[in-house]
Design a protein around this ligand. Structure first.
Ligand code: PMP
Length: 399
């Protein structure tokens, strides 16, 4: 049996820090995160023997168990085995990587693409692959932590601008050394808030100040644009974004990540990014599932249509209940409660009524924005919505 870290007598300062950490103790006591699900099928999951409706998946199109996706994964596993046993730079490169990269580049409207075994690695590398000491990265303050980690590792200077605020970005640029190379880092769709990045305004500014642009579109792919080609496509601005990075674990129903851009930029990334050079390549099964999901996205448009009709239906329900959704414009919809304790009970009441959501509090969200994060899927059915509605009415009545 594993002995609890809380009971163990700590023998050095780091172990003492682990044993006495209040955040960890609170997390364990209230069982807020790290839930273990015993089963998953469509929008239903089982936790502690109880079936629940999943209302917090990033898997917007619901393709993770689509028969074509599952079959492709099984076939790849049978043909290639489980792993790649090495980095792309060494012995890990396979033809299914280049096939997927070509396909993704095409889908996104970019010349080239590089896939990695996690979106986190890809998004980190979208900064570390390009930024260096002496450069300046201007970053939206609500950016995903993968990009923040990339910025720190790159040794570039950093300037943060207020969330989705082009005016603030411009005012920062006016003050900066014009001779320094600059990168602007934004998200296409901000995952916690559900906001669409103000791409047209930000790209105009980038052009004026000759900035390289990196967009993490993990939550825009499969959701926005023609056939779900993402935020740049949604605005008709694909050619003007230098780098589109993202994840295979959201609408593509798999696991892994990508960075797409001009061929020169992607080849440079392959030379420079340590996340690319020293991490084992994407597995055969993950690659095949993502590839099959792209096939489904292109051949079965009904999933994207259902995603948006479900989003409208869910949003109308939240509005009717008078819940604050932080002006979300996408299927990623936070319910802002604004107080840690109330947000906890709101989340717990939903859970007790059979709806799985995610509790988020500071520092994960700005102070006063304690929230329950929810996300709609194309797969939610009328029966799911009945359960969701009953649970939300109950939780809202208890605030
Ligand atoms: N970027 C954003 C905006 C994300 O939300 C996530 C995942 N939460 C990632 C990057 C990392 O992707 P992955 O989970 O595939 O590592």
């Amino acid at each position: 049996m594993i002995r609890s870290v809380f009971k163990k007598k700590a023998s050095n300062p780091i172990l003492k820090r682990c044993a006495n950490d209040d955040h960890t103790r609170l997390r364990k006591r209230y069982e807020l995160w790290y839930h273990i699900l015993e089963d998953q099928r469509g929008t239903r999951v089982t936790m502690d023997g109880k079936e629940m409706v999943m209302l917090a998946s990033n898997e917007y199109l619901g393709l993770y168990d689509h028969p074509k996706v599952v079959e492709a994964g099984q076939k790849a596993l049978a043909k290639w085995g489980a792993g790649t046993m090495g980095a792309r730079s060494a012995n890990g490169g396979r033809s299914f990587h280049t096939d997927l990269e070509e396909r993704l580049a095409n889908f996104l409207g970019k010349e080239a693409c590089h896939v990695s075994s996690a979106g986190y690695l890809s998004c980190m590398s979208s900064i570390t692959g390009f930024a260096q000491r002496g450069d300046i990265v201007l970053v939206d303050k609500n950016m995903h932590s993968s990009v923040w980690d990339g910025i720190r590792l790159s040794m570039a200077d950093v300037e943060r601008f207020s969330h989705n605020n082009p005016d603030h970005l411009r005012s920062l640029l006016e003050e900066l050394d014009p001779s320094a190379s600059k990168i602007i880092a934004i998200e296409g769709v901000y995952s916690m808030e559900g906001h669409i990045g103000k791409l047209p305004e930000i790209l105009d500014i980038a052009h004026q100040y000759e900035c390289f642009t990196v967009m993490d579109d993990a939550h825009g792919i499969g959701v926005l644009g023609k056939q779900g080609r993402g935020t740049a496509n949604h605005f008709g601005l694909t050619d003007r974004v230098d780098i589109i990075a993202g994840s295979l674990s959201k609408s593509l129903g798999s696991t892994g990540g990508f960075v797409a851009g001009d061929e020169a930029a992607i080849e440079y990334l392959r030379t420079r990014s340590k996340q690319v050079i020293f991490s084992a390549a994407l597995s055969p099964c993950q690659a095949a599932c993502a590839m099959a999901a792209l096939d489904v996205i292109e051949s079965e448009p009904e999933w994207l249509e259902r995603l948006w009709s479900n989003t409208r239906r869910y949003k109308a329900l939240l509005d009717e209940l008078g819940l604050d959704t932080w002006e979300s414009e996408t299927p990623a919809i936070p319910i802002i409660i604004g107080n840690r304790e109330k947000a906890y009970y709101f989340w717990k009441n939903l859970c007790d009524k059979g709806v799985f959501t995610i509790f988020a509090t500071a520092p994960g969200v700005p102070p006063g924005k304690d929230l329950v994060r929810t996300a709609v899927s194309a797969r939610h059915t009328d029966a799911d919505f009945e359960i969701i509605e009953t649970a939300l009415r109950y939780a809202a009545s208890k605030i």
